[in-house]
Design a protein. Structure first.
Length: 416
């Protein structure tokens, strides 16, 4: 057996074991604390809402474990099971051009994995989300969304994939530098286009009406020195009962978006505080920092791939008999998460740090007490558990656990 096959299987076992162990801890911890509302929320959240959040979390956790196990099986079938090798063999016999046969093979594998994951998505939407009152999507809407995603993937993704493969084939040993530049430019372009071109394909964005809420938001933007292309209400309720707010876009194409469900749930002062938090991410340069981190990791990853494409053991160890740049790219995209699992808690740590900084910004430019009351409403209405397992949350949570986040804001109130 190829030594890299052994390394891959060990890494896959360790990666899956960590995720499975943490998921079991999360389910047990949430179930253990299901019978009592945490003291910090005893006067804010009802026992029935707390138990609903616990049950919702446990059911999603169980589905996540099944999905994770399915992912391991699919990855083994694609690699050591020979599916990827067969896909490249098939398309190389159908299409003379190595570049376009590579594009076709990669597209085939991604379409196959999308179809395999579809039942999990259906169960999550029409069973779990429906059971807990969050699903607002119809079967027609669900199918339409998935077809539109596939169409966008084909229209946008396939030309980009072809360009990357052409760079790999044509620009020598330093192709990875050129590929990195193209990917970064493409990411920036998509960030700029998303608010006005892509997002409206899925949702309707209505400019916020004149009135006290808009005036309050405009005053907040002035205080924060933030300029946008508008404030919009998104019809999130046509798919889900969950609420959210965000700003999107870069440069002169930034816009602020509230889910309509959020506007119905929070009062104006709470909405102002939630928006101040989102603006905090911008003013604290979190977007730039995350982009810089992503750029560095992408560059390192492509440099590693630039070395791997000339190593026969890399292909043979993952079940591919005919080396090619396209096969190397596909294998790297599928397998690299197995070897980078240790980066997940590091990334989560910095994301939580950014959330604290954004909360601090919100406390300075809006009412911290309203930020707390708004968050509590969101936790309750979104059925977010108030009692996550500490290790699980440290590994997976991009936001601080509810009790820690609320305590941090209360400290700001006390200090003030």
């Amino acid at each position: 057996m190829n030594i890299f096959t052994v390394v891959f299987l060990i890494a896959l076992f360790i990666s899956y074991s960590i995720h499975f162990w943490l998921a079991r801890r999360q389910a047990a911890y949430v179930a253990e604390h299901r019978s009592r509302v945490p003291a910090a929320f005893a006067d804010k959240v009802s026992l029935s809402a707390h138990q609903k959040a616990a049950d919702y979390t446990i059911e999603k956790n169980r589905l996540g474990q099944i999905d994770g196990f399915l992912g391991v099986i699919v990855l083994l079938l694609l690699t050591l099971g020979g599916v990827i090798d067969q896909a490249f063999t098939f398309w190389s016999g159908m299409i003379a051009s190595p570049l376009w046969s590579g594009v076709a093979a990669i597209a085939t594998v991604f379409l196959l994995t999308t179809l395999i994951e579809l039942p999990v998505s259906i169960y999550h939407t029409f069973v779990i989300e429906e059971k807990y009152g969050f699903n607002k999507s119809t079967v027609v809407q669900f199918v339409k969304d998935h077809l539109l995603q596939l169409a966008l993937g084909a229209v946008i993704g396939l030309p980009l994939l072809a360009l990357i493969l052409w760079i790999m084939d044509s620009l020598g040993s330093l192709w990875w530098l050129w590929a990195w530049g193209v990917i970064m430019a493409f990411s920036l372009l998509m960030s700029w286009l998303f608010p006005t071109v892509i997002a409206p394909l899925f949702n309707k964005f209505t400019p916020i009406e004149e009135g006290s809420l808009k005036n309050r938001i405009q005053r907040l933007l002035t205080r924060c020195g933030f300029h946008s292309k508008g404030i919009f209400i998104m019809d999130g309720s046509k798919r889900s009962g969950h609420g959210n707010a965000y700003f999107t876009g870069i440069g002169n194409n930034k816009r602020i978006v509230f889910f309509d469900t959020l506007v119905k749930s929070l009062d104006e002062e709470e909405l102002e505080a939630v928006l101040a938090h989102e603006l905090g991410h911008f003013k604290c340069k979190h977007v730039i920092k995350m982009l810089a981190a992503t750029s560095v990791m992408s560059l390192i990853g492509l440099a590693i791939l630039g070395w791997l494409i000339d190593q026969s053991w890399f292909y043979n160890g993952l079940g591919v008999t005919q080396p090619s740049h396209a096969a190397a790219l596909l294998l790297f995209m599928l397998v690299s998460p197995v070897f980078t699992v240790f980066l997940q808690p590091i990334s989560a740590y910095f994301q939580r740090k950014f959330e604290f900084e954004a909360d601090d910004f919100a406390a300075e430019h809006a009412q911290a007490a309203k930020m707390i009351s708004g968050l509590v409403k969101l936790y309750e209405e979104n059925a977010s558990t108030l009692t996550p397992d500490p290790l699980y949350s440290a590994f997976h949570y991009s936001h601080p656990p509810a009790a820690i986040r609320i305590a941090h804001l209360e400290e700001k109130i006390s200090a003030a």
